[in-house]
Design a protein around this ligand. Structure first.
Ligand SMILES: Cc1cc2nc3c(=O)[nH]c(=O)nc-3n(C[C@H](O)[C@H](O)[C@H](O)COP(=O)(O)OP(=O)(O)OC[C@H]3O[C@@H](n4cnc5c(N)ncnc54)[C@H](O)[C@@H]3O)c2cc1C
Length: 264
């Protein structure tokens, strides 16, 4: 289906982009367009103005700090992250990005767009929650940083307000991570996914079972299944999987991600 007519602006600074967003209630940021343009074609979103972030160098790039902290610009594409020598400091990032969709989507889709879309079936929300990412949000009033665990608020809803932008993703040092998913075919949409990170205790985030990633913390992979059962999940039921099957997958995949995180 063709897009309805929409105004398009391409700001050259974050300040100008924020002004563009504030000038019109119907303005929306455009990153890789791999979600937004599709929902516009389906008439599920109808922005009046698209504020294209692709000219903002401040939102690109990956830096590795001397303490191993990674600072990632939200306009970094999956392919750029997979090819980045710096991002190898946290190998799970490239590993998970390489599983998202196909090469065309990975060449256009961005890390920030994936997080701001907060589609509950996306790969990155549970990953960022498990590895303790911090997300910097910029608006007219300045900057604030929120942990990924507080960033996702509901289906397609995040802590980023309509007149704000996600401007930086900060990832602490660490290597002991895992990720597991069951997808619709190779590289397809996740039916359930789970990410885990070992840092004293095991932090696990399960995706596709609720509007936001479900977080659990355990001491060992042996107690993961019991902890997931205790979380009493009520996953959605649809044509791809029943609620009971998703709840079962949540246990299996959370344990699998946890065992990868501890090197088993
Ligand atoms: C065929 C296909 C298969 C896919 N399969 C998967 C999959 O298996 N797993 C997966 O995780 N994803 C999948 N996706 C989604 C893809 O990863 C998208 O790239 C991603 O969800 C959105 O990133 P984007 O850069 O394209 O953002 P856009 O579509 O441009 O934007 C998405 C939303 O985020 C907002 N936004 C973007 N950047 C910012 C910012 N910096 N600040 C504030 N708001 C911002 C936009 O306003 C919009 O609301 C698939 C997409 C396609 C087309």
């Amino acid at each position: 289906m063709l897009l309805r007519e929409v105004e398009y602006v391409k700001p050259s600074s974050i300040a100008e982009a924020l002004t563009n967003l504030a000038a019109n209630d119907g303005a929306r940021a455009l990153a890789g367009g791999q979600t937004l343009i599709n929902v516009m074609k389906a008439r599920a979103a109808s922005p009046d103005v698209l504020v294209d972030l692709s000219g903002l160098e401040e939102l690109k790039g990956i830096e590795l700090g001397s303490d191993g902290t990674l600072s990632i610009g939200p306009m970094t594409t999956y392919t750029e992250l997979m090819d980045s020598a710096e991002a190898r400091a946290r190998p799970i990032l490239g590993e998970v990005c390489s599983k998202i969709a196909d090469v065309q989507v990975r060449n256009r889709g961005t890390i920030g767009g994936n997080l701001c879309a907060n589609d509950p079936t996306n790969h990155l929300p549970p990953l960022m929650a498990a590895i303790g990412a911090e997300l910097t949000i910029t608006g007219a009033g300045g900057e604030r940083t929120v942990p990924a665990s507080d960033f996702f608020l509901g289906v397609y809803m995040t802590a980023v307000g309509q007149t704000e932008l996600l401007t930086r993703i900060t990832i602490p040092a660490g290597k002991h991570d895992g990720f597991a998913a069951v997808t619709l075919g190779v590289d397809g949409t996740c039916i359930v996914n789970a990410a885990a990170s070992m840092n004293g205790s095991l932090r696990i985030a399960i995706g596709c079972v609720d509007a936001v990633p479900v977080l659990i913390e355990v001491e060992s992979p042996d107690t993961v299944r019991a902890a997931v059962r205790a979380a009493a999940l009520h996953p959605p039921d649809d044509v791809h999987a029943s609620s009971e099957y998703r709840a079962h997958l949540a246990e299996v995949l959370a344990e699998r991600a946890a065992r990868q995180a501890v090197g088993e």
